[in-house]
Design a binder for this molecule. Structure first.
Ligand SMILES: CC(C)(COP(=O)(O)OP(=O)(O)OC[C@H]1O[C@@H](n2cnc3c(N)ncnc32)[C@H](O)[C@@H]1OP(=O)(O)O)[C@@H](O)C(=O)NCCC(=O)NCCS
Length: 154
């Protein structure tokens, strides 16, 4: 498995994968296209995991001042629990650590227990609740944060 920076040619795969995953963040084609525009690309990280050119998963993150926000991470439903998500997340944490940032944060649906266990395993800690953050269906978001100035668990 290798991880590489995604390109606009990967957008159809990104869309297909998140459409197949009910708990992923859902964006439009236009929103994915905007990720690769000059102004946005400078502070965005879009990573693709693939084996022999077959995409397995992806991650989107945004660099905001001294923080990184993990905006989406999805692994194909047939490829989960094989460590691919952890390797994508590790690649983000490596980039964040090299950018003199202080922390990585994310929001996740309260009911998305697989993702919450996944983040907690990496050392993310609950940092708050955003009431009614999600729609369709409405749900609270749990805010998680990882201080990357401390040694990170593997
Ligand atoms: C969250 C997600 C990206 C994890 O990817 P993954 O490749 O399956 O995760 P990994 O195999 O790297 O798991 C690493 C660890 O996370 C934890 N974990 C992952 N999935 C879990 C689950 N379903 N239940 C409990 N713990 C889980 C485990 O501790 C696991 O280690 P282990 O397998 O040795 O026990 C994947 O489940 C996914 O794509 N979910 C749908 C999209 C989504 O909800 N994204 C999050 C949006 S905020």
């Amino acid at each position: 498995m290798k991880i590489r920076t995604a390109t606009p040619d990967d957008i159809p795969f990104l869309l297909q994968l998140e459409h197949d995953s009910t708990t992923a963040a859902h964006w439009t084609l236009q929103q994915y296209t905007n990720l690769f525009r000059d102004g946005a690309a400078a502070h965005r990280l879009v990573l693709l995991a693939e084996t022999e050119d077959v995409p397995l998963g992806f991650l989107v993150a945004q660099h905001i001042a001294s923080e990184w926000e993990l905006e989406n991470i999805v692994v194909s439903s047939t490829e989960r629990r094989k460590g691919f998500g952890a390797r994508l997340l590790r690649a983000l944490l490596d980039t964040a650590s090299q950018s003199a940032s202080e922390s990585v944060f994310l929001e996740v649906r309260e009911s998305n227990l697989p993702a919450r266990r996944f983040y907690e395993k990496t050392g993310f800690q609950q940092a708050g609740v955003r009431k009614g953050y999600y729609r369709d269906p409405p749900e609270d978001a749990i805010l998680y944060r990882l201080d990357i100035r401390k040694p990170i668990q593997t």
